[in-house]
Design a protein around this ligand. Structure first.
Ligand SMILES: NC(=O)C1=CN([C@@H]2O[C@H](COP(=O)(O)OP(=O)(O)OC[C@H]3O[C@@H](n4cnc5c(N)ncnc54)[C@H](O)[C@@H]3O)[C@@H](O)[C@H]2O)C=CC1
Ligand SMILES: N[C@@H](CC=O)C(=O)O
Ligand code: NA
Length: 430
């Protein structure tokens, strides 16, 4: 049996686990593929570095360019991350007729169109199940199992690091910095964790999900993005007091109007909602489709071994296709739907105001809401004197109107400060 040769680019948290799984599951993989998967080489930055798993030193190279174009290589697995040199290497591999497996959402959400074009032109596979929600099979269900349905919404937690941080702040009172350091030590964070905490990673994943769900081009630049760096222990405590928990959500929706909305931001969700029970670095995604109804996908969203599991699944699929002389379905973006600006999105909001403690303040605040056509669902006063706070939750309103309301409140003489503003989501399924 002629082996299928695999070039691995990057041997960090995920790459080292791919090496281990290829070794430990070699016998099963031969049986499942019909040929052994054999490493042709492993491109690294520092061959002398200690790794989580042993790699034959004879396979290590610092010349990734040469490895992706080596004549005997069938499949390239890109686990370097970032857009450069990863993008250049992936394109070279595809142009050279190699199939590519990658976990690189940043690259796909920015340059996916060019990569798909190159894969299609060469008649090879471009697989990226590991790029969204780690081990959870989510992209293949969207691309294949739901290909006959009309997906209307994809909503969930798609970043393990931020979920870990928010969960630790909520459940143990840990500080933001300590919780983030733990998530980094556990191998969940991106090499620059700004990508996680500022929502870039989740936004890239939301773009990939929206594109697959709605058969329409969506890039990272189309996604409204807010991270979790502004969330304070007071926000977490206020959420808890109202029966909510704060999660970083990715929400991709296709309304009855023409177009889609794609956004990533922290939101308060009811503690009774299934997403509230998603702890640590786990991810969970709800997919709503016209005929299928509501589907929930849950599992390990980050970490070396879980992510490597998804990479291996893609490797097996790409190897099978190569042996059969076929490739998987091409990119599907025929719907060409516009992406709505965030201002048109209808949401509810939680707003905490530091106010003067005197009569007539509530009436003045309510006037501002009424002037912007934003109706208030609940209002609560906390504290007295200099600590007086008004906590309001609105009914549904356009995001632009909520923004204008907040700006007007900031100018109001009876408001000392707008302490916190956060959207409230997922109350329908609680
Ligand atoms: N860690 C996780 O939980 C998950 C990671 N991913 C994605 O998987 C990819 C890899 O992530 P990790 O393994 O966590 O990162 P990592 O930082 O642990 O590993 C990347 C490795 O690539 C190496 N590298 C950088 N430039 C290189 C070059 N030019 N040639 C050869 N090697 C080079 C680095 O030295 C490092 O060892 C990224 O795209 C990431 O977004 C996806 C899902 C989950
Ligand atoms: N940094 C990412 C890794 C997986 O995609 C995350 O925390 O989810
Ligand atoms: Na996945």
């Amino acid at each position: 049996m002629k082996p299928m040769k695999v070039a691995l680019l990057g041997c960090g948290v995920v790459g080292s686990q791919v090496v281990r799984l290829l070794r430990e599951q070699a016998a099963d993989i031969v049986a499942r593929v019909g040929a052994p998967l054999e490493l042709a080489g492993v491109a690294v930055r520092d061959p002398g570095r200690r790794r989580d798993t042993s790699v034959d030193p004879g396979l290590l190279t610092t010349d990734a360019e040469a490895l992706v174009t080596a004549p005997d290589v069938d499949i390239v697995v890109e686990l370097i991350g970032g857009t450069d040199p990863a993008g250049r290497l992936v394109l070279r591999a595809l142009h050279g007729g190699r199939s590519v497996v990658t976990a690189n959402k940043a690259l796909l959400a920015r340059e996916g169109a060019a990569l798909h074009r190159a894969a299609h032109a060469a008649g090879v596979d471009l697989c990226y199940e590991a790029s969204v929600a780690g081990a959870i099979p989510l992209l293949r269900p969207l691309r294949e199992s739901l290909a006959g349905d009309r997906v209307t919404r994809v909503l969930g937690i798609v970043n393990g690091t931020t979920n870990y941080v928010l969960d630790r702040m909520d459940s143990t009172g840990a500080s933001f910095d300590d919780a983030l350091a733990e998530a980094q030590a556990l191998g969940y964070a991106e090499s620059d964790p700004t990508a996680d905490v500022e929502g870039h990673d989740a936004a890239a994943k939301a773009a990939i999900l929206a594109q697959l769900a709605f058969h329409s081009r969506v890039t990272a630049a189309d996604v409204h993005r807010e991270g979790i760096t502004g969330i304070t222990p007071a926000d977490i405590a206020n959420a808890r007091a109202m029966g909510y928990v704060i999660k970083l959500l990715a929400i991709c929706s296709r309304g009855d109007r023409h177009g889609v909305g794609v956004r990533v931001h922290p939101a308060m969700i009811p503690r009774s909602h299934p997403l509230a029970g998603v702890r640590e670095a786990y991810n969970a995604v709800f997919v709503e489709a016209r005929s299928a109804g509501n589907l929930m996908f849950y599992g390990a969203g980050a970490g070396g071994a879980p992510t490597a599991s998804a990479v291996l699944g893609d490797l097996v699929a790409a190897a099978r296709n190569r042996l059969a002389g076929v490739s998987g379905p091409p990119e599907s973006v025929y719907a060409a739907l516009p992406v709505h600006p965030m201002g048109e999105t209808v949401t509810r909001s939680y707003i905490a105001l530091e106010v003067l403690d005197k009569s007539g303040v509530l009436a003045r605040v309510c006037e501002v809401f009424a002037a912007h056509d934003v109706s208030i669902q609940t209002v609560r006063q906390e504290g007295r004197g200099d600590d007086a706070q008004l906590i309001l939750v609105t009914h549904q309103a356009e995001d632009a109107a909520l923004g204008a309301t907040v700006r007007a409140l900031e100018r109001l003489d009876v408001v000392r400060a707008v302490a916190s503003v956060m959207r409230v989501e997922a109350e329908d399924a609680a």
